[in-house]
Design a protein around this ligand. Structure first.
Ligand code: ZN
Length: 599
């Protein structure tokens, strides 16, 4: 059974026509429900009442935890390629509805076997979308192998290598913006994994560069570990019990191997590979390796939920006495990073759950350390009682984007368990072996998801430091081509990402192309600019400045990029270059600018 569980503000559906011979008789043509947990459900061959009951129980638990009082079952065939025959699927679907009705929740179900028009308004929090998979004997290793080995493609020709089609999505969706700006694509042969195009990968690399600078400043080392390891590794860490269904398992030379879904275990191995003294601590190991998580493909929504993830991950190995100071530094880093993007954030402190490892005194100490770090950094926070991981308390950060949606990005977690499971040690001041404490932390969280958020937050108008093309040089007439080449060369020499258009397209057309690509600056060069050896600048929001010296423009731009400034300061009145001659006469250039502005 495959379920896509959604926490929604609203679900609405309208019956169009029965889809097959087997369908549910109903008079209810149109329904709309607010604030509900929706279960898009695919009943698969071999599903049983036992599996169905387990799925219902998980959904009820989730709804109770999220304090929702309404549950909506929605038959949805698109999650599985292994569907049960309709008659039996409908029976099992109705069994689930009747099971759920035994609870205190209000339970609705959409009629089975109908073609329906569906509208969903999913809430913005990180757990609002969750994919679940249920099967019999899921723990049988051989069976897991068999199901995970890829079946031979049915037809091997060009039709299987095609780009995922995102047409029809709203213009504000990051996938629509990416299509327009040529940032990335998804290909059907790699469901849920981004293909980064040159321009999109610039955004990716700039974000990594930004945090790498911070890592140097904060004393991290960067490591890299294999994508592939024997599953024994996750047995040691204990992740296999919680994560097996989300791992890509493979077999090699008779051994069961897996692609890593998280970095923690392999980072433990790097620490364990040498001897440490208390003087060496804290040791801060960062990495940007790719991680692989087997999400149900029907649940993948562009960059927000992917199977190949890059985290800006780090593990800090510290003594008990260093916990507080290190946490404070991590929170400071979170603030420095998010403020650059004008993303307001709030923090949530999750405390000891009922089922936990380790003694309560240790938990108390860890929770106090997190609380103190929040307070020392003046970070407003709320407490989520009993919501911590089973091995330690944590702080989650939600950022709010320009559309007032909240996203969970950064997480800081204190861990006393993994270091023990891996037998990590350092020699203390007393000459005896001690176990370090590990702080797991991500700041962006998943780079893919963060880029999805930023793409929508800026609606493709990335600040100059992130913009794939920072300056577009374009000419009004052929006369300016030679000068444009010089300007372009100078920009490239100055490490500015520039593009040159000396084609004979009309000026309006060239400007429009730059605007579609959301290029922050366009330099428009005509006879006057050639004669004066100046540039006419056109910025965002149709701001213009004529007769600017190229050197001045480059300096101002370099400063804007280096400081990762979101504003276009060259247009501020105080930034007027001293060497500028009297303003160019408002002849052709200005008139032209106006014309384009009307578009
Ligand atoms: Zn970790």
């Amino acid at each position: 059974m495959k379920i896509l569980q959604l926490d929604v503000n609203r679900i609405g559906f309208k019956l169009i026509a029965p889809e097959a011979k087997v369908y549910e008789q109903t008079d209810q043509k149109e329904t709309s429900v607010d604030n509900a947990v929706v279960l898009l459900t695919s009943v698969e061959a071999e599903d049983s009442e036992e599996i169905a009951s387990k799925a219902v129980k998980d959904a009820l638990d989730f709804a109770t935890k999220q304090k929702r009082t309404t549950l909506v079952f929605y038959p949805f065939a698109h999650l599985s390629g292994n569907l049960e025959a309709p008659q039996r699927a409908m029976k099992l679907f109705h069994y689930m509805v009747s099971e759920a009705k035994k609870s205190k929740l209000n339970v609705y179900s959409a009629p089975f076997g109908w073609n329906k028009a569906l509208t969903l308004d999913v809430k913005g929090h990180p757990l609002a979308e969750m994919s679940r998979s249920y099967a019999k004997d899921i723990v049988t290793e051989e069976k897991t192998h068999l199901t995970l080995l890829p079946p031979k493609p049915k037809k091997v020709d060009l039709s299987i290598v095609r780009k995922s089609d995102f047409s029809g999505l709203p213009d504000a969706d990051h996938r629509s913006i990416a299509e327009k700006l040529n940032l990335f694509s998804f290909q059907e042969v790699s469901p849920g994994m981004a293909y980064w195009h040159g321009d999109g990968y610039i955004v990716f690399k700039e974000l990594v560069r930004f945090i790498r600078e911070k890592l140097d400043e904060y004393g991290y080392e960067e490591i890299a570990t294999p994508a592939f390891a024997n599953v024994a590794l996750w047995h040691v860490s204990g992740h296999i019990d919680h994560y097996r269904n989300n791992m890509f398992l493979l077999s090699s030379e008779g051994e069961e191997m897996a692609l890593k879904p998280m970095n923690c275990p392999s980072t433990m191995l790097v620490f364990k590979s040498r001897k440490w003294s208390y003087r060496d601590l804290p040791v801060r190991l960062a990495d940007f390796d790719k991680l692989y998580r087997n999400e149900i493909s029907g649940a993948l929504t562009g960059l927000f939920r992917v199977r190949e993830i890059t985290q800006d991950d780090a593990h800090l190995f510290v003594t008990d006495g260093q916990v507080q100071g290190e946490l404070t530094a991590v929170l400071k880093l979170v603030g420095e990073l998010y403020r650059k993007f004008n993303l307001p954030f709030t923090a949530k402190l999750s405390t000891m759950p009922d089922s936990h490892l380790g003694d309560e005194e240790l938990w108390e100490r860890a929770t106090t350390a997190l609380r103190n770090a929040l307070e020392a950094n003046h970070v407003p926070y709320t407490v989520k009682e009993k919501e911590g991981a089973f091995y330690g308390p944590k702080i989650d950060f939600d950022v709010m984007d320009s559309m007032k949606r909240e996203w969970q990005c950064a997480t800081v977690q204190l861990d006393y368990q993994l270091p023990q499971r891996f037998g990590l040690e350092y020699t203390g001041e007393d000459g005896k072996p001690h176990t370090p404490v590990v702080i797991h932390r991500v700041i962006y969280g998943s780079l893919e998801r963060f880029i999805g958020i930023l793409t929508e937050h800026y609606q493709g108008k990335f600040p100059t430091w992130l913009a794939p093309v920072q300056v577009k040089v374009l000419t009004i007439s052929e006369q300016a081509n030679q000068y444009a080449q010089e300007v372009y060369a100078k920009l490239r020499e100055s490490k500015i990402r520039a593009e040159l258009d000396v084609s004979d397209k009309t000026l309006d057309y060239k400007i429009r192309e730059g605007q579609v690509k959301q290029v922050p600056y366009m330099l428009i060069l005509g006879a006057k600019e050639v004669e004066q050896k100046k540039v006419a600048i056109r910025g965002r929001g149709n701001r213009q400045k004529l007769g600017v010296g190229l050197e001045h423009f480059i300096k101002s731009l370099q400063k804007e990029i280096e400081e990762r400034d979101e504003g276009q300061n060259i247009f501020l009145s105080g930034a007027e270059p001293k060497e500028a001659p009297a303003a160019a006469k408002p002849t052709t250039t200005k008139a032209r600018g106006k014309k384009a502005a009307e578009k």
